[in-house]
Design a binder for this molecule. Structure first.
Ligand code: HEC
Length: 390
């Protein structure tokens, strides 16, 4: 397909994914907030509590029922399409970015894997993630939520590690995100919605609701609640090469996820107790530590001569300008990626810091190492950037 139109296709899908994702997570945050702020001191007959709020120039009064109002309202609003459309647009985006250009974005440099093979692993991992997860939840472990949560967390780390063996760093990260996102939407589609339908159906026909549903629904909602922050990080992770571009990227992801779960826990409990207030400074400290341990190593002293801009320009021309040029020649690129052109020494110098981050501190560029840049060349570029900054 013409690269210009793939770019616009990408734009439309990404935009839609962001909008639906904001609607989904926003509604989810809002209902959590409602639940936590209900005034439960003197509820009306049959109610759990109420609250008053002002927004957009109007004052709202919300009341929560213990089970249901005596008469079901004519119009009851359900929240499900936010979740479904987020997943659908997410899978479309995964295809447009990673499946259409699997060798470029998905397959790890140096791994012999066909595009179809990579797509099969991708789809397989997403489906397997859901099947394993839902089987565990429905097993006896479902009665031990803490142990279950720990096992799910460990399995996700193992998935991140395994995926990082075959996929590029960003490809592995986005797949952990796709697995988690699929679990969250699966929870809405297969458990939470049926539970709600069962409840409403029972109330309308005056029967007792099936008691197995509320417990199942609660467990899955709680998982979704804790998974939100990790999944949001993963969705923006491709802006942060120092998280996915290193050898231990799966471990960095695991720690970031853990810190965000801690923060979520505080926000879930802070209305009842301040016992978990320590999680906020602990998470901040964790982020500082991560920033230090992921810092690029001091440049190796294998290059101990002055490196000239001519040498660097020659390397860049050979390894980068097939894509990063006013006139890219690499198939699929109509314009320079991110508008970054390295056609002359001035342009190269102005991007020096970014070039170092992508090719010396990490091996992210050249994408998929398709132009086969050597370690020696990376070190030369690194030395040159270092000289420049002195
Ligand atoms: C096969 C094409 C290709 C080659 C070769 C290539 N790049 Fe890139 N580069 C890309 C694409 C595509 C992006 C945008 C990635 C994205 O979508 O985040 C990019 C982005 C970048 C960025 C911006 C990263 C950011 O998000 O801030 C830098 C810097 C960069 N490349 C440097 C280089 C250097 C230096 C080389 C050569 C050593 C190189 N690239 C070789 C395709 C290429």
């Amino acid at each position: 397909m013409d690269p210009h139109y793939t770019e616009w296709l990408n734009l439309v899908i990404r935009w839609a994914h962001m909008i639906t994702g904001v609607a989904w997570i926003g509604a989810s945050f809002y209902f959590n907030w409602l639940e936590n702020h209900l005034d439960r001191r003197t509820p009306k007959e049959g109610q759990a509590g109420d609250l008053w709020a002002i927004h957009g120039g109007g004052i709202y009064h919300l009341e929560k029922y213990k089970l249901a109002p005596p008469q079901m309202p004519e119009k009851l609003h359900w929240f499900k399409w936010e979740a479904y459309t987020t997943w659908l647009s997410g899978m479309a985006l995964l295809s447009a970015v990673y499946y259409l250009n699997a060798q470029l974005y998905l397959v790890a440099p140096g791994v012999e894997l066909s595009s179809l093979g990579a797509i099969a692993i991708s789809l397989g991992s997403v489906i397997a993630g859901w099947v394993v997860y839902t089987t565990l939840c429905d097993s006896a472990l479902g009665k031990k939520p803490a142990l279950l949560g720990l096992i799910i967390f460990v399995l996700l780390i193992i998935a991140a590690w395994a995926l990082s063996l075959v996929f590029s760093g960003r490809g592995a990260f986005i797949h952990v995100g796709a697995i988690i996102g699929t679990i969250m939407v699966g929870n809405v589609f297969f458990v939470i919605m049926p539970a709600q339908r069962n409840l409403v159906g029972a109330i309308e026909s005056g029967e007792q609701p099936d008691p197995k549903w509320p417990a199942k629904g609660l467990l899955r909602s709680r998982h979704n609640n804790y998974l939100t922050l990790p999944v949001l990080f993963i969705m923006i992770s491709n802006h942060f090469p120092s998280t996915y571009g290193t050898q231990y990227n799966w471990l960095v992801l695991a720690i970031l996820a853990l810190l965000s779960v801690l923060v979520r826990h505080y926000f879930n409990t802070r209305h009842q107790t301040q016992k978990f207030a320590w999680t906020i400074p602990a998470a901040a400290l964790g982020m500082v530590c991560l920033a230090f341990v992921t810092a690029p190593k001091a440049p190796t002293e294998t290059v101990n001569k002055q490196v000239s801009i001519e040498e660097v320009s020659a390397i860049i021309e050979q390894r980068c300008t097939v894509c990063h040029s006013a006139t890219p020649t690499y198939a699929g690129f109509a314009t320079a990626p991110k508008g970054m052109m390295f056609d002359n020494p001035e342009q190269i110098t102005s991007y020096a810091a970014l070039i170092k981050a992508q090719t010396v501190d990490t091996n992210i560029m050249p994408l998929g190492n398709l132009t086969q840049m050597s370690d020696q060349e990376r070190q030369l570029v690194g030395k040159w950037v270092e000289q420049l900054s002195k």
